[in-house]
Design a protein around this ligand. Structure first.
Ligand code: SF4
Length: 603
C-alpha cells in the first residue's frame, strides 16, 4: 500500500464508524436514565453516562455521524459551487468574471465565524441551517482556487494545443483544465471539511448548531463544561474525538496534496511567441499573410512586435521562418491560426488560411479550421501534452474533435498514427502518460495529434529545440517524410539555420518584427543578401567551415526601434543613409528579396 493511501486510513476509520453506527450494538443515545447521572464506566456503558444518564460512547459515535454529515455535505456543496464559478469566471472573463469571482470577495469581507453566528441566529439553529451556511462560507475558497488554476493553465501549451485542434470552451474547461486542477481542489476539499468539523462543533457548543437532544461533539463539550469538576472525562472524550478527526483530516490533506502534486505541476507558461509573416499573394496559397501588424497593449502604451509582414505558403511547400528570440516569429504563427494571446491583436493586415479570413472568422469557424486544415506542433511537448490523460486518450480526443469514429475505430486510428510517426509498440504506448515517454517520443506523439485529421498545413514552432542533436535529426526526418507522404505544407519556425538547410524550400528571415530577407532556401543560405542573414550564418559553429562569430548587440525592443534600418546598430555595413528611413523589401534576384540597401556589397 502506498504511503498516500496509508495516510487516509485514520479518517476512513472515522467515516466507517460513523456509517456503521446504526447497526452497531450501542445503547440508545437519547435514552435518559436520571438515576444514573454522571455514572462512571461500566460493562454496559464503557465510557460512562452523562448528566442525563445517557450512554456517552453511543452519543460520541452518533455525534461523529452528525458532525461528519454536516461537514462533508457543506464542503461538497461549496466545492461544486466553487468549481462552477471558478471555471466559468476564469474562462469567460469580463462581466462573468465580475459576477462570479469578484462577488466572492464580498463574502470574504466578513469573518467566517461572525457571519455564521449572524445567519444561524437569524434563521435558527439545526443541521439543515448549518449545511448551507457553511457551504456559503467555504464557497469563496473553492472559487478562488479554481479561478487561479484556470488563469495559470488557460495559456499553457497543452491547452493551446487543444485549441489548435479545434476544442471548444466547454471541452477545454471540463476535459483539459479541470483534471489538471483536481489536486488543489481535493486539497481544498479536505481543508474545508476539517474546518467545517471545527466550526460545526463550535456553533453547537454555543447552542447555535445541532439542536439537542441530538448527539454532537460540540453539544457534548458544551454540556460537559458544566460538570467538568464532577466528571472531567465527559469533557475528554468529545475533545479527543475532535482532535483525532482533525488530525486524520490533516493527514488526508497532506496525502492528497502529495499524491496530486506530480500530476498537477503548473505547466510552463507559453513561451514568447513571435513570428512574422510572409509574402506575395497568390490564389494557390494555402496560407497568405499580407501586411500583418500585431499590436500588444503594454502599460507604457501599445507596442507592435510584428509589423508589415507578408508571407505565403503554397500547398506542399516548406517555408522556414528564422530569426533570434524576439524577432516576431512565433507571434506571426499564432496570428496565422487566430490564436494570439489576449493581450495581442491584429492591428492591420489580412490573414487567409485555407481560404478562410482569420480576422473575420467566427469562433466556430476557427475551431473547425484548427486541427482539420492546420495542425500545430510546439517546442515543449511535455508542456503541450495534458499530464493527466494517456497519450492514446489525447490522440483519440484530437480525432474526435473533427471526426465521428466509434471507440474501437478511434483506437485503431490512434495506433496507426503512432506507427506513422515511428513510435515502437504503439498499442502499449497508447496507455502511457506523457511523463513516461522520452522527449523524442513525446514530440512524435504531439506530431501524431497534429496530423490526426490530415491537415493541409502543419505549423511547427521550434519543434526540435528542446531535443538533443540525434533526436532532432530524427524528428526533422519524420517531418520531412510526413510532408512528402501526405503532401502537406509546412511552416517551420526556428532559430536554427542548419535545420533550415535540411528541410526548407523557402526561407524568410525576421528581425525585430519585420522580414528582412526572403527567398529560395539555397539562395538565402548560400548567397545571403542581408548582413543579418550573413551574421546568423556566421554565428553557427562549423556551418561556413570556420570559427563561429557571435552577433554583437541585441534585437531592439518594439518600443525603442531605431529610425532607419532596424539592424543598423549591429551592422558592419552600416552607412549614414542607413539611419534615415527603413527600406521596404526589394527584389534583388528572381524570387529573392532583401531590405538592405547595400545588398550588392553583402552579396
Ligand atoms: S541597410 Fe544599412 S544598416 Fe541596414 S543592413 Fe543594410 S547596410 Fe546594414
Amino acid at each position: 500500500m502506498s504511503r498516500h493511501w496509508a495516510a487516509a486510513i485514520p479518517i476512513l476509520c472515522v467515516v466507517l464508524v460513523a456509517l456503521l453506527v446504526p447497526v452497531l450494538p450501542l445503547a440508545d443515545p437519547l435514552h435518559i436514565d436520571v438515576a444514573r447521572q454522571l455514572a462512571a464506566s461500566s460493562a454496559a456503558h464503557l465510557l460512562g453516562q452523562d448528566e442525563y444518564g445517557r450512554d456517552v460512547l453511543s452519543r460520541l459515535l452518533w455525534g461523529a455521524r452528525t458532525t461528519l454529515a454536516v461537514s462533508i455535505a457543506a464542503s461538497l456543496l461549496a466545492c461544486i459551487g466553487g468549481v462552477v464559478l471558478g471555471l466559468v469566471g476564469g474562462t469567460l472573463r469580463g462581466v462573468t468574471e465580475l459576477l462570479t469571482v469578484r462577488s466572492m470577495d464580498v463574502i470574504l469581507c466578513f469573518p467566517p465565524l461572525l457571519l455564521a453566528l449572524l445567519v444561524v441566529t437569524l434563521v435558527g439553529p439545526g443541521a439543515s441551517t448549518l449545511i448551507p451556511v457553511l457551504a456559503v462560507l467555504y464557497l469563496p475558497g473553492f472559487t478562488r482556487v479554481v479561478y487561479a488554476g484556470v488563469l495559470s493553465l488557460r495559456t499553457a501549451d497543452f491547452v493551446e494545443a487543444v485549441r489548435v485542434l479545434g476544442g471548444g470552451p466547454l471541452r477545454i474547461m471540463l476535459r483539459t483544465i479541470l483534471p489538471n486542477i483536481a489536486g488543489p481542489i481535493m486539497v481544498q476539499l479536505s481543508l474545508a471539511t476539517a474546518s467545517a468539523i471545527v466550526l460545526e462543533s463550535g456553533l453547537s457548543f454555543l447552542g447555535l448548531g445541532v439542536v439537542p437532544p441530538a448527539a454532537s461533539w460540540g453539544l457534548m463539550i458544551g454540556a460537559a463544561r458544566a460538570t467538568m469538576v464532577q466528571a472531567p472525562l465527559l469533557l475528554l472524550w468529545p475533545c479527543l474525538a475532535l482532535v483525532f478527526t482533525i488530525f486524520a483530516m490533516n493527514l488526508l490533506c497532506d496525502a492528497v496534496r502529495d499524491a496530486m502534486e506530480p500530476r498537477t505541476q503548473t505547466p510552463r507558461r507559453l513561451r514568447d511567441r513571435l513570428l512574422p509573416g510572409l509574402f506575395r499573394p497568390s490564389p494557390a496559397q494555402l496560407l497568405q499573410i499580407e501586411d500583418l501588424t500585431v499590436e500588444i497593449v503594454a502599460p507604457s502604451g501599445p507596442i507592435r512586435p510584428v509589423r508589415g509582414v507578408s508571407v505565403s505558403v503554397a500547398p506542399g511547400e516548406t517555408l522556414a521562418v528564422v530569426g533570434e528570440s524576439g524577432s516576431g516569429k512565433s507571434l506571426t504563427g499564432l496570428a496565422a491560426i487566430g490564436l494570439l494571446p489576449d493581450i495581442a491583436r491584429i492591428a492591420e493586415g489580412d490573414v487567409s488560411l485555407a481560404g478562410q479570413d482569420i480576422r473575420r472568422a467566427t469562433p466556430n469557424a476557427l475551431r473547425r479550421l484548427r486541427g482539420a486544415a492546420v495542425g500545430m506542433v510546439f517546442q515543449d511537448a511535455l508542456g503541450s501534452l495534458n499530464p493527466v490523460h494517456t497519450i492514446g486518450a489525447q490522440i483519440m480526443e484530437a480525432i474526435a474533435a473533427h471526426r465521428r469514429l466509434p471507440g474501437t475505430a478511434a483506437r485503431r486510428e490512434a495506433v496507426r498514427l503512432l506507427e506513422e510517426v515511428g513510435i515502437a509498440d504503439p498499442q502499449r504506448r497508447l496507455s502511457a502518460y506523457p511523463h513516461e515517454l522520452s522527449g523524442g517520443m513525446r514530440q512524435r506523439a504531439m506530431i501524431a495529434m497534429a496530423i490526426a485529421n490530415d491537415p493541409r498545413l502543419l505549423i511547427a514552432d521550434e519543434p526540435t529545440t528542446a531535443l538533443d542533436v540525434t533526436i532532432q535529426a530524427q524528428v526533422l526526418e519524420l517531418l520531412a517524410r510526413l510532408r512528402r507522404d501526405r503532401g502537406m505544407a509546412l511552416l517551420f519556425i526556428t532559430h536554427n539555420l542548419p535545420v533550415v538547410a535540411e528541410i526548407a524550400d523557402r526561407v524568410a528571415v525576421m528581425y525585430a518584427g519585420a522580414i528582412v530577407e526572403e527567398g529560395p532556401a539555397a539562395d538565402v543560405l548560400d548567397r545571403p543578401l542581408h548582413p543579418y542573414t550573413r551574421a546568423l550564418l556566421e554565428s553557427v559553429p562549423g556551418l561556413l567551415g570556420r570559427l563561429p562569430e557571435p552577433i554583437g548587440g541585441t534585437v531592439p525592443m518594439p518600443n525603442a526601434l531605431p529610425p532607419g534600418c532596424l539592424f543598423a546598430p549591429r551592422c558592419g555595413y552600416a552607412e549614414a543613409a542607413c539611419d534615415t528611413a527603413p527600406l521596404p523589401l526589394v527584389t534583388a534576384r528572381p524570387r529573392h528579396r532583401t531590405s538592405c540597401r547595400r545588398w550588392k556589397e553583402v552579396a
